[in-house]
Write a protein that binds this ligand. Structure first.
Ligand code: T46
Length: 148
């Protein structure tokens, strides 16, 4: 399903499987001289409270390995590519991010693992809250228990 919201000016592609995964199209200005992708608060479905990015990541590295109790995030491969494995306790999906104008919306209570980073990959993250270790579940068994 593809949705375009004229008020908000972005479209969200819902990947219609069991899990609630959405790809957000980031508005861009394209020119022969190069492109600009523009992120404002209405580009994502939450108020952006924190921005961070993962970079200089060895190709063998595995990041993530946790869920968030309430924080929502949008992940963008602003350079290179990497895979995001998402689990909701029932199903599992692998999404490859490799376009700087596509954001993967990960709502709360979804387990994520990041791997297969290309050389020079940069993962930009927009988050709905400031850093709070209390918001993490870093043990998969504990995560599964929390879903019951
Ligand atoms: C996520 C993926 C995509 C901070 O102090 N402040 C921060 O804002 C963040 C994100 C991390 N940290 C500290 C906490 C740890 O001591 O940095 C250290 C490494 O963090 P973590 O092991 O959580 O890194 P990743 O790459 O596994 O996960 C991060 C985010 O934490 C997470 O929310 O979804 O990136």
């Amino acid at each position: 399903m593809v949705r375009f919201d004229e008020n908000k000016g972005f479209s969200r592609h819902k990947l219609d499987r069991i899990m609630n995964i959405e790809i957000i199209d980031i508005p861009k200005n394209e020119k022969k001289q190069g492109n600009i992708a523009i992120i404002e608060n209405n580009t994502v479905p939450f108020e952006i409270k924190r921005v961070y990015y993962l970079y200089d990541i060895p190709s063998s590295a595995k990041r993530g390995g946790h869920s968030h109790k309430s924080i929502q995030q949008v992940l963008i491969a602003i350079s290179g590519s990497f895979d995001v494995i998402l689990k909701d306790g029932i199903s599992s999906e692998k999404i490859t991010l490799n376009k700087p104008d596509k954001g993967l919306l990960i709502k709360n209570n979804i387990w994520r693992e990041l791997e297969n980073f290309s050389s020079g990959a940069v993962c930009l993250v927009l988050a709905s809250a400031v850093y709070d270790e209390e918001d993490y579940i870093r043990n998969f068994k504990e995560y599964l228990k929390s879903k019951k």
